[in-house]
Design a protein around this ligand. Structure first.
Ligand SMILES: [Zn+2]
Length: 437
């Protein structure tokens, strides 16, 4: 705050859904200073910058806990109709053709797209690392857009030799990233799955993570077939097996989890659209939440977080035969406060409260598509979409205002990304053509 008492920024005139435990809804200006929220409502103050939030619902920025941003075919369209294992083989061939330019461009393009749909924090599960320079290229892509990023740094040591990376090489590359100044809290060490990493890799990852202060992350219990295979080979279910390997704990995030989880303190990410799209197993989110497990949401290459919140409510309603299984307010917390806990920022991110990090979005709440509004959480979950996001603030900085990026040349980035995709299909010798509009 400067001597005159002015704060950095105010969002004026919005209706805040705070996403705190009480689910508070309050009309009031949000004041931001030094990257943190310093007041919600209360007496008017001066601010060096003002953003008009009237006619919007103000939310904490959405936290996308699982995605694969390097992938060149958003929406999985090139693999449409394939089963998971077939689709992965298809992707691995595509990945084989990718280098630093592809990784950097797609990290930038995809994070720009996420920001424009209200995601201010992403955990990007990145692999393979079959060439030098891919870690740094990926981070450069994130930095270009200003998203709050977490690199779930994949370790893929088996599955498809041309893109597998020896474990020691993976560890060496992570050490280099840390030596070059990448903060340890932004890296999660992420053996990809039992399909792509050996059990000993998980134990080694735990040891490495403890030495360097990294969190851990992995795909596990993704399908019934995986549960069956691990049981047949190791005599227990995948998450128990992970726990026996010493992998689980409160610093760990597990993606998918179609089996129930004992109380390891680990966080769970559910990606409802991706589970339905690829006919994966059903994650018993209601039971996990009832058991006190922290569950967040991930887009996992599908549309946006609004869609994921809505799918979660609908999927849990039909599978539990209970229309109130997961309420819109709970889905909204999964997409905000719960996501923040899983990146180690519980209580500091993912809610609108004094002292929290100032990641905020304003969602248009006027007009035919959304009014009347009785319960803002209901309207956000059931009626809004990513393109309704009007303003985006990350770390107290206005990244997008009235749907225009403040600094990023989105058109140039779009052109660059489409060029990369065209080149990528031809490099991978895959007969698909992007349709130019
Ligand atoms: Zn995934």
């Amino acid at each position: 705050m400067n001597p005159a008492g002015d704060v950095d920024l105010v969002l004026r005139g919005g209706l805040c859904v705070t996403c705190d435990e009480a689910g508070t809804v309050t009309a009031g200006d949000v004041y931001v200073d030094g990257g943190r929220i310093v007041a919600v409502g209360g007496p008017a103050r001066g601010a060096r910058r003002s953003v008009d939030a009237s006619g919007t619902i103000v939310l904490p920025g959405l936290v996308n806990l699982h995605d694969h941003l390097r992938d060149m075919t958003p929406g999985l369209d090139a693999g449409e109709g394939l089963k998971l294992d077939e689709m992965l083989r298809f992707y691995w061939r595509l990945n084989e053709a990718a280098g630093a330019v592809e990784y950097e461009t797609m990290a930038a393009y995809s994070t720009a797209r996420l920001l424009a749909s209200g995601v201010t924090t992403v955990v990007d599960h990145v692999y393979p690392f079959h060439r030098h320079g891919l870690d740094a290229a990926t981070i450069a892509g994130y930095e270009a857009t200003g998203i709050r990023w977490y690199l779930a740094r994949g370790l893929m040591t088996r599955g498809y030799d041309p893109i597998s990376e020896p474990l020691a090489e993976g560890f060496e590359r992570v050490r280099s990233l840390l030596a070059d100044g990448t903060p340890a809290e932004r890296i999660m060490l992420a053996p990809v799955s039992f399909r792509q990493a050996a059990p000993t890799d998980y134990a080694a990852a735990r040891e490495f993570a403890s030495t360097y202060g990294l969190r851990l992350y992995t795909h596990v219990a993704e399908t019934a077939a995986e549960v069956h295979n691990i049981e047949a080979e190791h005599g227990c279910r995948p998450i128990e097996f992970l726990d026996r390997l010493g992998f689980c704990g409160p610093d760990v995030t597990l993606v998918h989890c179609v089996e129930l989880l004992a109380s390891t303190g680990s966080h769970v990410v559910h990606c409802p659209s991706n589970h339905m799209k690829l006919a994966k197993g059903f994650t018993r989110v209601l039971d996990l939440l009832d058991a006190g497990v922290n569950v967040g949401l991930g887009i996992d290459q599908m549309a946006d977080m609004f869609c994921e919140m809505r799918q979660e409510v609908l999927l849990q309603a039909i599978r539990n035969e209970d229309p109130g299984a997961v309420s819109p307010a709970v889905a909204l917390r999964m997409a905000t406060a719960n996501g923040a806990k899983a990146v180690g920022l519980g209580g500091q991110l993912g809610e609108i409260s004094v002292g929290a990090l100032a990641d905020l979005i304003c969602v248009s709440a006027r007009g035919l598509s959304i009014e009347p509004i009785l319960d803002p959480a209901w309207s956000v979950v059931h009626r809004a979409g990513g393109s309704d996001v009007r303003h985006v603030i990350v770390d107290g900085r206005v990244v997008m205002e009235d749907r225009e990026f403040a600094k990023l040349d989105a058109e140039a980035l779009h052109r660059q990304a489409m060029d990369v995709i065209d080149g990528y299909f031809s490099k991978a010798n895959i007969a698909r053509t992007r349709i130019e509009l």
